[in-house]
Design a protein around this ligand. Structure first.
Ligand code: SPV
Ligand code: MG
Length: 432
């Protein structure tokens, strides 16, 4: 009897999957591989069921003879152990980002005579509805909120990109690329930056854009995305206000707020000591953290303490003292910031912090030390990497140059070839 293999990366079974199983049955004994959580997160959307629940679901499908775990998106492990005669997949992987996976599978199975069977991809109204329902579920506050903690547990490093509008949120939600290792990759979530949210409104980053407006931005992003959100909460404001905001953010489904240990008029950290900025006392800031933690209702929400000691040139010892004080006060994570051109002081901080604390998540924002890779940061114990302002900085110069060119030419023809065709931008937007 021949062995037929198909990989499933879903937690809902619809007609399309049943069609794959039915095709597979015609070729022999059907083995279904469930992609591990870790790999699922890299290549598709997050899941609303656990690995065990998914495996049980696949086992219950009529016509499935065996279910195994697939730990590698590129199929190396399963092909090695099962050596299937056929690998069955929807023909949607012939084009687009998944093509690289198909090519890799072909390379693995051809030498021993294995074959790929591309089954016509099923997409109809009922499947569209199922997809939509899953998306709705993932975007609900109770599912979205806890996802950041789940990601920290499941992935070597959580990759967060800034979003300051529904449109930039969609870009973070939908961008998938084929990485250098041939595997698909995507962002894990979004950072709602005070700098970008303020800049988008043409205002300085000095806590002038108030919480009501920041919540509006979050809501715009939430309406069209499912990925978790980390809010840049600036200083957190007055403790009496912060406790209310913690409740509001939790209720909305925000996963974490990062507050920085500054007081008085906050200026953007990238100014460093070029402008007057005052660091809060350890006592005050610890009290803000612990009051925030007391106000919190769910277990999922995270209050992350951001240390500005390196930005304000207060030294490594001060940064470390604060880190341990803040975790002692209940902070669920530490963000350490630097405006140096190289990552040395960040590495040093992380190594020293990890000597004593192996578990508390560390967050970094490599804006000025941008040569550092996610892997290098993870090697020093970093859990979350935030790309804090790149989408805003990418858009601004292009918009300005376009405005100048039209003004010079007194018409829009000259710029048109550089612009995204309107039909493409419309395609980015889902219709209900
Ligand atoms: C932001 O994105 O607003 C931040 C990070 O706070 S930074 O601009 O580097 O201070
Ligand atoms: Mg900020």
């Amino acid at each position: 009897m021949k062995t037929v293999y198909a990989c499933f990366c879903t937690d809902v079974i619809h007609e399309g999957h049943l069609n794959i199983v039915n095709h597979a049955k015609e070729y022999g004994r059907v083995v279904i591989g469930g992609l591990s959580d870790r790999e699922m997160i890299r290549c598709t959307k997050f899941l609303s069921a656990s690995e065990e629940e998914r495996m049980a679901l696949y086992r219950s499908i009529e016509g499935v003879d065996e279910v195994v775990m697939q730990n590698d998106m590129l199929y190396d492990d399963v092909i090695d152990s099962i050596r299937p005669d056929y690998v069955v997949h929807g023909d949607n992987w012939i084009e687009g980002a998944e093509r690289s996976v198909r090519d890799h599978v072909e390379k693995l199975i051809t030498p021993y005579g294995g074959q790929i069977v591309d089954v016509p991809y099923t997409y109809n109204d009922s499947i569209k509805k199922t997809d939509q329902r899953l998306k709705e579920k993932l975007s609900m506050p109770e599912y979205r909120r806890k996802r950041l903690r789940q990601l920290i547990e499941m992935t070597p490093v959580v990759k967060i990109m800034e979003a300051h509008s529904g449109l930039t949120g969609l870009i973070v939600e939908k961008t998938v690329v084929e990485g250098s290792d041939g595997k698909l990759d995507q962002y894990d979530g979004m950072w709602v930056s005070s700098l970008c949210d303020s800049t988008d409104k043409g205002k300085p980053d000095i806590e002038l854009v108030d919480m009501t407006s920041r919540l509006r931005t979050i809501d715009d992003i939430m309406e069209v995305t499912t990925k978790p959100i980390i809010l840049d909460g600036d200083t957190g404001g007055l403790t009496e206000h912060f406790v209310y905001n913690v409740r509001t953010l939790e209720r909305m489904g925000v996963s974490a707020v990062i507050i920085e240990d500054k007081t008085g008029l906050k200026k953007n950290s990238l100014f460093g000591t070029e402008v007057v900025q005052t660091q809060d006392s350890i006592e005050n800031f610890c009290s803000k953290i612990s009051e925030g933690k007391k106000a919190q209702l769910s277990d999922d929400f995270m209050i992350i303490a951001r240390i500005e000691s390196l930005i304000l040139e207060q030294g490594m010892d001060d940064a470390l003292n604060r880190a341990f004080a803040y975790t002692g006060a209940g902070a669920d994570g530490i963000m350490i910031h630097s405006r140096k051109k190289d990552p040395d002081e960040i590495f040093k901080f992380c190594d020293k912090f990890r000597e004593k604390d192996k578990k508390t998540p560390i967050v970094v924002v490599p804006t000025s030390f941008n040569q550092v890779t996610e892997e290098e940061l993870a090697d020093h114990g970093v859990n979350i990497v935030i790309y804090a302002n790149q989408l805003m900085r990418a858009a601004f110069p292009v918009m300005q140059a376009t405005a100048e060119e039209i003004l010079r030419a007194h018409r829009a023809k000259e710029v048109d070839s550089k612009l995204m065709p309107f039909k493409d931008i419309i395609r980015l937007i889902d219709e209900l």
